[in-house]
Design a protein around this ligand. Structure first.
Ligand code: ZN
Length: 211
């Protein structure tokens, strides 16, 4: 079982150890660590990138109770230094955290967020209308989400056993396994790009200024 330190620790570098390194197709290697700071792909978020002992981590996947780092070369077993790419982490955490804020704003109008997809260039939150929901007003939602950004709301993390919840400021916490900014101003300005309706669901597409 891999210790998933990214759940409670924003650090990008640490010393840990390689438990296993096995070859896979295309000349790559699956590396399992005793503990990791790398967030695997999942929950609507791409994986972190970075290096293990200087070897490139191409992608990271969750497999059962292990986190598997797909590396471009073999890494010897034993003590190792790992480094998560700061720019990639920041981009993914900003996009994902923006999804939380857009979710709050939609819910304030009676829309329930059912899915988030936070990949760069294709980020969206999917909502379903609850009874009595107000019309989905994209400019109003964008303004409300950016008011939360400008308020620089601190992230609140609560871990109970295997469950972690994330909230911003006094807004309600949600169970979530992704990576987040430490406070909402780090997201930067959110732009709602378009809203598409299909089979009773609204897909709200967004990006961030300067991304
Ligand atoms: Zn989250």
């Amino acid at each position: 079982m891999t210790q998933r330190l990214y759940m409670t620790d924003d650090s990008l570098t640490m010393e840990t150890s390689v438990v296993r390194c096995t070859p896979r197709e295309e000349g790559q290697f699956d590396v399992v660590l005793a503990a990791t700071l790398f967030h695997p792909q999942g929950g609507g978020q791409l994986s972190d990138r970075g290096t293990i002992a200087g070897v490139e981590v191409v992608k990271v996947v969750a497999h059962g109770d292990e986190v598997v780092h797909v590396c471009s070369q073999a890494v010897p077993q034993g003590p190792v230094h790992i480094e998560v790419c700061a720019a990639t982490r920041a981009l993914h955490a900003r996009l994902h955290s923006a999804g939380h804020l857009i979710g709050y704003c939609g819910e304030a109008l009676g829309w329930h967020a059912v899915k988030g997809h936070h990949w760069p260039g294709e980020a969206r939150v999917v909502f379903e209308g609850m009874p009595g929901a107000h019309a989905f007003d994209a400019p109003a939602i964008e303004a409300a989400a950016n008011a939360h950004v400008n308020a620089d709301l601190p992230r609140r993390t609560d871990v109970q056993g295997a469950t972690r919840t994330i909230g911003f400021g006094d807004l309600p916490p949600h169970g979530c396994g992704g990576t987040h900014v430490a406070s909402s101003a780090a997201i930067g300005l959110i732009r709602i790009l378009k809203v598409k309706e299909k089979k009773g669901q609204l897909s709200v597409h967004y990006d961030l200024e300067g991304v």
